[in-house]
Design a binder for this molecule. Sequence first.
Ligand code: 6PG
Length: 232
Amino acid sequence: MSAALKIIRTKNFVTDAADFILAQAQQALGERNEFRIALSGGNTPRPVYTRLAAIGHDLPWDLIRITFGDERCVPPDDAESNFRMARETLLAPAAVPKQSILRLRGEIDPQTAAQEYQDHLDAIATEGGQPIYRHDLILLGLGDDGHTASLFPGTAALDETIRRVMANFVPKFNTWRLTFTFPLINAARHILFLVGASKNPALIERVLQGDSQYPAARVNPSAGDVTWMIGE
Ligand code: 6PG
């Protein structure tokens, strides 16, 4: 089943995005008593996470499992860390319990960090009788070059068809990143792209048209839905 695609253009980006995530959480918790969400990094999600911490303060965070779609290879208190951004805006303000958070360890060897993360997700999937860890919701951003997570144009992780989590060398930054691969992303029930009003409309159009030179255009869950929340 190809993914259902929904495009929401909104002047109330932050509140609409936070409301969407909250609704997804309530649906998953109602159906399975669990909500598996992967957070995206960068700047766009910051105000959305802050808002989510406020409106979702009373969610049963002990039933929510938080993963990260990608991470920079830095310590968790580094200004570049996606975990640090999430901790400041959502995890601490919402008092999310430690056991609900699965952090990508950017401070250790990238290959080791990717392998241990993948092993942990695989163990949870196996425990639930699933062939692969299935997120209820994966949040994704859109880079100016059409990357998403840390799947950058021309990088090795784009071609991965088996591994779920990889260390991916990014020549444009001359650095390693940790990232979900398409197999893991495309196993999700729902994908939410969070795209701020400042993003290039022509790029958004090209990605929505499915131009596969842009990694974001290759997100296509086999049994899931894709929503684009685009700020105006
Ligand atoms: C990261 C993100 C990355 C981000 C895009 C958009 O680690 O940077 O995961 O994929 O979503 O680069 O970033 P902005 O939201 O800052 O434009």
